[in-house]
Ligand binder design. Structure first.
Ligand SMILES: Cc1cc2nc3c(=O)[nH]c(=O)nc-3n(C[C@H](O)[C@H](O)[C@H](O)COP(=O)(O)OP(=O)(O)OC[C@H]3O[C@@H](n4cnc5c(N)ncnc54)[C@H](O)[C@@H]3O)c2cc1C
Length: 384
């Protein structure tokens, strides 16, 4: 067994940790107060490599291994959780486009994606289909060489400013087998947007995308007709470990801040940190976070080896966000009234992390996957 990062990864970790602390953390609250990120700032973030991680080198990306993708996510989340969303969604887009898109679509979009010039959203969820994603009703109808798409995609990260979206739409019968994926430029006639008011992750402008008879070329279909759903599931399985690590980064930083704070805060004549009721809470969450971190990196390592990792991905996705949200909550209480204050990053981190207890699959759905792997497919509730 090998638990160490290699030398390149350690150097990257050091560089990113410093960048997160010095550049991202001081600006973290901006998005929460209504500021919008500029295109220039997005391009600056792209220069760090956050969009091109899994873009092939011939299209300007790094083709990084999956463990390195996780490491980058964890470190940037320490400074600004929102930046991890660029990595998460960027990885899904890279994986789907590099793996399944038409060569012309790859050549047009992947280089722009790697440089941050084009933000590419992921559109699966609908108002009536989230966990039950195989029940989507958005339609893509073949008309000559084109497809015409009609429907609403709900709760889409970056809906407010994405340049394109990988849209899942029905091309065949009911159920998962009748779904295809399409790269839809969001400046196409018939596309409108609505941004939600959300408790956290406000940089991302999550919202709905409406497609009213949107015509796109046939070559914009990503992968085989009616094979889109399975491709998506396979392509982004590992992304659940990335989500786990995003949450863990935010929680780890919160615990380290809490250690420093409780060393300095005097109560009853001694540092708060000397009370076991305080220190043991931190110790407990450090332990739980370490366990969640290990299952996340194991998932990414399995992916790097080309091995099955569905179970570990689902474990990471429910455990990382849950333990992180609970740890950050404890940190708020351990800071007393200073923690329950909008000048502290803690409350914002907590709101941001809770979003990813839901996004990309809720804990119940993740436990369903772990149970399916343990009990066998014939024991899943949705099979008669
Ligand atoms: C921050 C955030 C970002 C998101 N970004 C995107 C995005 O970029 N693209 C995208 O397509 N979607 C996105 N989503 C949508 C997300 O994937 C869905 O919200 C999620 O899959 C749950 O679907 P739902 O909201 O329809 O809840 P529902 O499916 O209605 O579930 C409601 C509740 O019932 C529970 N439940 C459902 N089925 C079962 C069951 N069989 N057994 C037990 N409990 C069950 C769920 O766990 C949940 O607690 C995002 C959501 C959030 C919050």
């Amino acid at each position: 067994m090998e638990f160490a990062f290699n030398e390149d990864q350690l150097l990257l970790q050091q560089t990113l940790r410093q960048f997160a602390r010095e550049k991202l953390l001081p600006n973290y609250a901006r998005w929460d107060r209504g500021e919008k990120i500029s295109r220039a700032e997005i391009k600056e973030a792209a220069a760090l490599g956050i969009f091109g991680l899994r873009v092939p080198e011939k299209f300007g990306g790094q083709n990084a291994d999956y463990v390195t993708c996780g490491l980058m996510t964890e470190e940037l989340s320490r400074g600004d959780f929102n930046y991890s969303l660029y990595i998460q969604l960027g990885l899904i887009a890279s994986e789907l486009l590099a793996g399944y898109a038409h060569p012309d679509v790859q050549a047009e979009w992947l280089p722009r994606h790697a440089t941050g010039e084009a933000i590419i959203a992921f559109g699966l969820t609908e108002p009536s289909a989230g966990s039950d994603a195989a029940n989507i009703t958005t339609r893509a109808v073949k008309m000559g060489d084109d497809y015409v798409i009609t429907g609403e995609k709900a709760s889409i990260t970056f809906a407010g400013y994405a340049d394109a979206c990988i849209v899942f739409a029905r091309t065949g019968d009911q159920g998962a087998r009748g779904i295809s994926a399409f790269l839809v430029p969001l400046d196409a006639p018939g596309v409108t947007r609505q941004v939600y008011k959300t408790p956290g992750e406000r940089l991302t402008q999550r919202g709905s995308l409406f497609f009213d008879g949107v015509r796109i070329p046939g070559q914009n279909r990503v992968g085989s007709e009616s094979g889109g759903f399975y491709q998506a599931m396979v392509a982004f399985d590992f992304n659940r470990a990335i989500i786990g690590l995003a949450c863990i980064g935010a929680a780890q930083q919160s615990l380290e801040d809490t250690i420093e704070y409780t060393k300095g805060r005097q109560v009853f004549g001694k540092p708060l940190a000397k009370f076991e009721g305080v220190a043991f809470q931190v110790a407990e969450y450090l332990t739980l976070l370490e366990a969640a971190r290990l299952v996340s990196y194991k998932c990414l390592w399995l992916k790097d080896q080309g091995l099955k990792h569905t179970k570990e991905a689902a474990m990471s996705k429910w455990m990382g966000p849950k333990v992180s949200a609970e740890a950050i909550h404890a940190c708020i209480i351990l800071h007393g009234h200073y923690g329950y204050n909008m000048d502290s990053p803690l409350e914002q981190r907590w709101r941001d992390v809770v979003g990813l207890e839901i996004g990309d699959g809720t804990p119940e759905i993740m436990k369903g996957i772990v149970a399916r792997e343990a009990f066998g497919r014939e024991y899943t509730a949705y099979r008669d």
